[in-house]
Design a protein around this ligand. Structure first.
Ligand code: LLP
Length: 426
């Protein structure tokens, strides 16, 4: 037995996860299959927490909102960054305390804002218009809602443009130079109580220097907002720490991030005589490498390239198609065989862009082999769809040799669920 990456090992030439043979998992639970290792998920969260012992960590539910995973996060003491009414519903039901939930979103509906008021969570506001709407809704309910503003810090991290969220041109947040005005307004309005400040600069960030710039800009704002008389209880700097999807890539750790931003935070708090709580919202770092997506080879084709046709495509893992991202591939039933050929792993979706991996050196592949897509736990299942009439696959949780199904494979009935055939067609 030897380790290929973190918690993933090879035993009798098979990839194992959490002490369970991936080939046996496919035999028992069918293909494709998402497999999450509970121990790795918890370890990732704890490593982040160890780097920021005094901060609150709000798990970003969008990364993976499987209910069992949310429950594990609740068990670890996490709060939640939620971005919709559905994520709010699931996070609270999973046992994440309402005091530790921040409802984010650049375009929340009135219904969502009302739900925030009724459930008593905090709301991160994205515009002055949204401030007015929430104030009216809260006043009508006789409630006062704790709020922050999401700041657009105008910071440019080195990541894919589609996942860079704090650029001046981005749709997220209140423009940096309007933030103080927004707090002034909030202090004057009924139904809202400004208690925090929030930003998020992007995701899969490997050069962490922009986090220092964002932290400094945030603390400048905290100082200005404090002068207005608003006592801020929290400073939430979002998340975005990248992970090593590709072998050999050097990545920063949560400790590196802490070493960079905590001195700025602590120094500025001390200088200002304030003691807000620091909040971070990790998603990818916690969930991504806890999970593999297993998919079976349906067919082989020698054309301009050697295509491997598998049974999972961008219906189940959209990252490569959407961001040209790299997901590492292992042939799970021949995990220690030497590389033989260069293959392109193609999904079954009727789109040219449905490629999980381009031009990879892999062992000899044949029909029936099992392909493992590594680091699939963040923005994998949570971005899945039923496109092309494909049912979503099952998810299992493994832990020290034990397996639990945490989501059943959908059925054809699920494709028709909620659809209504008008009576005249009967
Ligand atoms: N907080 C806020 C407000 C966010 O918008 C996000 C991610 C996070 C926290 C979590 O960031 P993380 O720790 O995961 O980097 N689907 C894309 C990623 C989109 C990220 C959107 N916001 C992908 O697959 O790369």
């Amino acid at each position: 037995m030897f380790t290929i990456k973190n918690h993933l090992q090879i035993e009798n030439s098979h990839l194992t996860i959490g002490g369970v043979d991936s080939v046996e998992l496919i035999e028992q639970y069918g293909s494709p299959l998402y497999v999450t290792n509970e121990e790795r998920l918890r370890a990732n969260f704890r490593r982040y927490k160890d780097a920021f012992p005094d901060a609150n960590l709000y798990y970003a539910a969008k990364a993976n909102a499987n209910f069992t995973i949310l429950r594990i996060m609740a068990d670890e003491g996490a709060g939640a960054d939620v971005f919709s009414d559905g994520e709010l519903y699931m996070a609270l039901l999973a046992g994440i305390p309402k005091e530790k939930v921040l409802f984010n979103g650049n375009s929340k509906s009135d219904h969502e804002l009302l739900m925030a008021v009724k459930t008593g969570v905090r709301v991160s506001l994205d515009s002055l218009d949204e401030l007015k709407t929430l104030s009216t809704i809260a006043k009508n309910e006789g409630a006062v809602v704790d709020i922050s503003f999401r700041v657009n810090p105008d910071v440019s991290p080195d990541t894919h443009p589609k996942i860079s969220t704090g650029l001046r041109t981005s749709k997220f947040g209140v423009p940096h130079d309007e933030v103080v005005h927004a707090y002034k307004k909030a202090l004057d309005l009924p139904g809202v109580n400004p208690v925090g400040i929030h930003c998020h600069i992007g995701s899969q960030i490997l050069d962490i220097t922009p986090f220092a710039e964002a932290m400094t800009k945030m603390m400048d704002l905290v100082e200005q907002v404090s002068r207005l008389g608003a006592e801020l209880e929290f400073v939430d700097v979002g998340s975005g720490l990248g992970i090593p999807y590709e072998k050999g890539v050097k990545v920063p750790t949560p400790q590196d991030l802490a070493d960079l931003i905590l001195p700025i935070f602590n120094e500025r708090c001390k200088a200002g005589g304030i003691s807000p709580k620091l909040i971070l919202e990790p998603g990818r770092y916690v969930a991504a490498d806890s999970t593999v997506l297993l998919t079976t080879v349906n067919t082989m084709k020698e054309a301009e390239k050697k295509f491997v046709g598998v049974d999972a495509g961008f219906n189940l893992m959209i990252r490569p198609a959407m961001y040209d991202s790299y997901q590492h591939i292992v042939v799970a039933n021949k995990a220690d065989a030497p590389a033989k050929n260069i293959y392109t792993i193609a999904g079954p979706i009727c789109e040219t862009g449905d490629i999980l991996a381009h031009d990879r050196e892999l062992p000899q592949i044949e029909k029936g082999d099992i392909i493992a897509v590594l680091d699939a736990g963040a923005y994998g299942f949570s971005m899945s769809s039923q496109y092309n009439g494909r049912v979503r696959c099952a998810e299992v949780l493994v832990n020290d040799g034990e397996v639990d199904v945490i989501r059943k494979r959908e059925t054809y009935d699920d494709l028709l669920a909620n659809q209504i055939l008008p009576a005249r067609f009967l």
